[in-house]
Design a protein around this ligand. Sequence first.
Ligand SMILES: [Fe+2]
Length: 160
Amino acid sequence: MNNNINNNKNTGDNYQQQIINYLNQFLSNIVALTIKMYNYHWNIVGPHFFTLHSKFEEYYKKSTDMFDIIAERIKQLDGFPITTISGFSSNIGLREAESKNYTANEVIRSTIGDFKYIHRMGSDIASYAASIGDGVTSGLIGNFLQYLEKQLWMLEASIK
Ligand SMILES: [Fe+2]
């Protein structure tokens, strides 16, 4: 498990509490990602505006879906998903972006970095869940990882 997951929140060998904490960290970073995708949806400028405006709409919808899926998984595990801005804020590792004009190259490169960050964190949690026999959690995250990998391939191809 790498540094993307904050191990300080572990409570001994209580798997349920550990996975809930990891999922809440993931949830918080998905909130940050969603807002960033809105930012680029609104603030993209230049000749690729229409394509990227639509693409980032797809991305914030996908991450909003994931937000609900992760929160509901936390409920199934008898936990409480974070619901406060301050709670999310203390868990966010994803770099935030100010509201200003962005070129196509800027938003694509930034999103590649963000998707890789989220992918790494998701992979760590999915591996942890699988190692402990929680195939449902690892499967839910795995579906999202598949989506991210496909988008990473396309985003990288678009700037070659
Ligand atoms: Fe919109």
